[in-house]
Design a protein around this ligand. Sequence first.
Ligand code: SF4
Length: 174
Amino acid sequence: MMLKSYSKRVFRAECNPQFASLHCIASLDQDVSEALPYLNAVLGGFEYLKDPPAVMFRSRGRLITVHGREIAINALQGEEEADKILEWLRREINQAWEKRAEITPSTEGAPKPQLLEILKLLPRTNCRECGEATCMVFAARAAEGVKGAADCPPLPADAGKRLADYLGRFHLDG
Ligand code: SF4
């Protein structure tokens, strides 16, 4: 087993203590750097940094970064959620390492959705019904996996399906 234990710290962002969501930093007792290209290959990180190695994932609006000795997670609702994600990552890291002989390691980030491609599919009226200031801001949030077709109320069903199909190609919520 590569990753056996860690200690975590859950806190509110100092820049905005009023902000509802929490951050979590887990300090890993073992160095998992060597497992990161295998983890990236299995889970499809959207960004991979080579030196020092780190892989980033998005899941339901949260940003998760796995470094050799640390895991950072933002936009959490509570400590229980942090525990679930950390235990899931521990399993995934250990499985990827144990099965590394069967996995082709990857140090590349997954392809990213193009902002203009998303924007082309939106009504582009800047009506703000989605809660964003403009359709461009909505497109940026959609590219991050935070917003989807269902979050734009005036979007016609056919355009919504095209947008969902386009975003679905990038496994943003994997
Ligand atoms: S609800 Fe749709 S059309 Fe209105 S601003 Fe948001 S993305 Fe644009």
